[in-house]
Design a protein around this ligand. Sequence first.
Ligand code: SF4
Length: 394
Amino acid sequence: MTADHANRAHAKLSASGSKRWLSCTPSAELEAQFEDSTSSFAEEGTAAHELSEIWLKYHLSQIKAWDHGELWKQAQKGKYYSREMEDYVQGYVSIVLERANEAFKRSKDAIVLLEQRLDFSEWVPHGFGTGDVLIIADGIMEVIDLKYGKGVPVSAEENSQMRLYGLGALDGYGYLYDIQTVRMTIVQPRLDSVSTEELTADDLLSWGEDYVKPRAAMAAAGEGEFAAGDHCRFCKARATCRTRAEDNLKLAKYEFRDGSLLSLDEVGDVLGRIDQLQKWAEDIKKHALDQAEKHGVRYPGWKLVEGRSNRIYSDRDAVQAALLAVGFVEDKILTPRELLGITAMEKAVGKKKFEELLSELIIKPTGKPTLAPEKDPRPELSSTASAAADFTDD
Ligand code: SF4
């Protein structure tokens, strides 16, 4: 049997939400008023974790070939299983096996543990999580976490979730093995991203004692100051939180200088506020619609109505038959068959085959110019005006 990935319990002060409750301590108490929800992305992640565990157990000789075959067959019947998932999971499995082999090279007594409950309640009341992989060898302990999402790359540097897992691992195994270094690694196979932070065990323990412990105690008691920031993105209270609203309204309120037109500086400042304001506005709209539609909530001045819709065929085959019967030819009424889009094709044929057969036939056209903050790592483009000026100078 594989570990119960879907039912990994979520504590009030969970490791995955730690960036939020460490930055905004009363958010843990406020969030408790909201229901837990699950998404198809979370379910897909669970399926990928289960599949990776089946393969890792097999490669690490923790299950017999026959059991592996049976478990794999079951996994392939799952709603989210696809060739694409198999390829990505194999990519993750090879990274883990590489790390495990390095550990065995350092020490023949290396140990590799899968799906370990990591208890960090020494620092966070009732705090625990599950480490996907734990490798211990020669004074070095590595915690590896699979993230199956394909949103944005998540860095392991200063990542509080990974550090809490590291603390849990130290607490659970530090007394058995003399551990000096803790490595915390995040693997995101769909983004080709592997990120590791390495800390001495002493530094990690000091972070736990000096930073986490006092803030976790405040969070558990619902104390401290609300503080809005990037961490609000995944907070259950994000749509109706007063602090976030006030923070955004402060952002929206801008002391414009005189003159009929905005200056370059003023437009630059406004650009820097737009993304956050947009996210907040979208959160409020989504929340209000959800409340009105599913719970019958009425907001003064607003009502639930039917949105605009486009005409659709009720029976496509009947439409085709009716037209052909009166003499219309197929070329006139049918669109030509088209190739699948790149993502759908990758999913249909599998990542490996896709790369093998099509890598030279895929091109990446230049992206449309977009405005980005100065600290963005992409090189600056020259504008049409400056290109024209360069041309004139020549
Ligand atoms: S939305 Fe932001 S400010 Fe409000 S409780 Fe959540 S984390 Fe704190």
